[in-house]
Design a protein around this ligand. Structure first.
Ligand code: NDP
Length: 280
């Protein structure tokens, strides 16, 4: 098979994407050349040009390159436009096409793997960075009733709410008011606080009876939020590993036209949980 694929990030050595895509390729019976390439943000345009000339067919984009990757695209999907971030690049004859598979990945993990019915849920989204922007439209499409966005920098929360353009269902609130927002059926941590060793100070009164809690982080960086969720009696408390696998499956299908089985990869990564250090 001609052409190759890659994950681009900075750093990228710990990315789980090569392992995931190789396992998918094995599952559907194709061979792929999938590389991990460390790219400093200022080098992204030149690197993408060189990779296109070398015959790359697609790339996954991870931190901190997702917004810069969108700028490099000739065309983007609606979900990448709203997210202001691209995590999947496809080489076309007209240049790069950018997509964002984070949202569909999260919704598929919640609804198919964890059998969570999102319809009618009152949802709190903590964070307004690239990941929050990626998952918010998909949550609305999945039928949640209300989405409240709270971000440390309130201007970013407002910008996300504006981009979603659904004032009947979506609003922003200040972080300092978390204690008086009422109860939520679904609380999503889309912040990177734990990556900097910081712990979120969340009131237990956010938790509705039988609420679900999701941390988009996984491995060690999900420990403190999930501990909060369990102490608050969450019915479901999960990390972002399933989302990681599902967003990769969506990218794989875009490139190869085949949907891989995700459960085997998910279980294998889960079994080796202690070694998870993904940056995707
Ligand atoms: P960004 O850098 O774009 O955004 C970071 C967000 O975290 C911002 O909203 C920022 O707030 C907030 N934040 C950072 N530190 C704190 C703090 N101490 N207290 C409160 N808020 C804080 O990152 P991404 O949105 O791309 O990623 C967020 C997390 O989601 C990452 O840890 C990433 O690993 C994970 N992720 C997981 C994926 C998966 O497949 N499971 C996919 C994508 C991301 P402010 O705007 O005020 O700075």
């Amino acid at each position: 098979m001609s052409g190759f694929f890659a994950v681009l990030g900075h750093p990228v050595a710990h990315s789980l994407s090569p392992r995931i895509h190789q396992a998918f390729a094995k599952d559907v019976g194709i061979g792929i050349d999938y590389r991990a390439i460390d790219v400093a943000p200022e080098q992204l345009p030149a690197t993408l040009g060189a990779l296109a000339a070398d015959g790359i067919r697609g790339a996954n984009i991870t931190l901190p390159l997702k917004e810069a990757a969108k700028v490099a695209c000739a065309t983007v999907s609606d979900r990448a436009r709203i997210a202001h971030a691209v995590n999947t690049l496809t080489a076309t004859e007209h240049g790069w096409h950018g997509d964002n598979t984070d949202g569909v990945g999260l919704v598929r993990d919640l609804t198919e793997r964890h059998r969570l019915d999102l319809r009618g849920r009152r949802c709190l989204l903590l964070g307004a960075g690239g990941a929050a922007r990626g998952v918010a439209p998909a949550l609305l499409d999945a039928g949640i009733d209300r989405l409240i966005v709270v971000n440390r920098d309130p201007k970013r929360a407002d910008a996300l709410v504006d981009a979603l353009a659904d004032p009947a269902r979506v609003g922003s609130r200040y972080w300092k008011d978390l204690g008086s927002l009422g109860e939520f059926d679904l609380v999503i941590n889309a912040t990177s606080a734990a990556r900097d060793g910081q712990k979120l100070d969340l009131p237990f009164r956010l938790a509705a009876p039988r609420f679900a809690a999701v941390d988009l982080n996984y491995g060690d960086t999900a420990i403190s939020f999930l501990a909060w969720a369990r102490t608050a009696n969450a019915d479901l408390a999960i990390d972002g590993l399933g989302m990681l696998v599902e967003q990769a499956a969506e990218a794989f299908e875009i490139w190869h036209g085949k949907r891989p089985d995700t459960d085997g990869v998910y279980q294998a990564l889960r079994a080796g949980d202690r070694s998870l250090h993904g940056d995707d």
